[in-house]
Design a protein around this ligand. Structure first.
Ligand code: PEP
Ligand code: MN
Length: 268
């Protein structure tokens, strides 16, 4: 038992946490598939991608509206308008939506968003975590790229101890000495987190590798490692994407990953 994991630890809560969004369950033993663009760019873009991923069997649509970019000169997202377009795609497809929240005062803009994402850069933004603890909405908490698993679970505790126990953990790669990949996907994190914690664990192979050709093999490896789901960046035209085009895959490739992932899940 690790000290202080009062809410996220398995010791006091042996059974898995299952998160429910309408008919979508996360952490119930099925594989949850989240797909969508890095950034919401236009109505046509998000609606087209949403329809494609729905056809392929995805459960949840992702799309960034407030983008925490490394350079202030890069595309910062469509902000409130981006969230409105995401809502439109939700209405059109019936898919629940997940989007990143970067600041406390934006919370009212996220009324129609089903899952609030906390990005890697904000994993230890404790004031934000405490505030999300007062929300009833599930929080998808991404691991910071320089954070240990212990720090990751303490961040989950910040949300849970403030009243919101609906937390989904997301391994998205950590920074190592390797430079050929954007990050290094720490897959051993998946079974270890699941041993120590009852929270669902999903994997983001897109930000973990930064390379579109690695998304399929790492997705399959993630499923094999016992992940409860995968979150993949999908774009209808990756060459023209306003952010993260190099790691984005087309809807066709996404569909193939889902088909293969479901076969692996069956074997497991
Ligand atoms: C994202 O998922 O859009 C994102 C910015 O990822 P991360 O916080 O893991 O870098
Ligand atoms: Mn991205």
């Amino acid at each position: 038992m690790i000290d202080g994991l009062n809410k996220s630890g398995r010791k006091l809560h042996p059974e898995n946490t299952i998160i429910q969004l309408g008919d979508t369950l996360i952490g119930n033993g099925n594989l949850t598939i989240i797909g969508g663009p890095c950034s919401v760019e236009s109505e046509e873009q998000i609606i087209e991608i949403a329809k494609e991923i729905k056809k392929s069997g995805a459960n949840i649509l992702r799309g960034g509206a407030f983008k925490p970019r490394t350079s202030p000169y890069d595309f910062q997202g469509k902000k409130a308008d981006g969230l409105k377009l995401l809502s439109l795609a939700k209405k059109e497809t019936g898919l629940p939506i997940v989007s990143e929240i970067v600041a406390l005062h934006h919370i009212d803009l996220f009324d129609d968003v089903d899952i609030l994402q906390v990005g890697a850069r904000n994993m230890q933004n404790f004031e934000l975590l405490k505030e999300l603890g007062k929300s009833k909405k599930p929080v998808l908490l991404k691991r910071g790229f320089s954070n240990t698993l212990k720090e990751f679970l303490y961040s989950a505790e910040y949300i849970m101890s403030n009243g919101n126990e609906n937390v989904i953990l997301c391994e998205r790669g950590i920074r190592t000495f390797e430079t050929w990949t954007r990050n290094t996907l720490d897959l051993s994190a998946v079974p270890l987190l699941k041993e120590i914690s009852h929270l669902p664990v999903i994997v983001d192979p897109s930000h973990a590798t930064g390379i579109s050709s690695l998304v399929e093999p790492m997705s399959l490896a993630a499923v094999s490692s016992g992940a409860d789901g995968i979150m993949i960046e999908v774009h209808n035209c990756p060459e023209k994407a306003l952010s993260d085009g190099a790691q984005s895959i087309k809807p066709d490739a996404f569909r193939k990953i889902i088909e293969k992932s479901m076969k692996i899940k069956e074997i497991l």
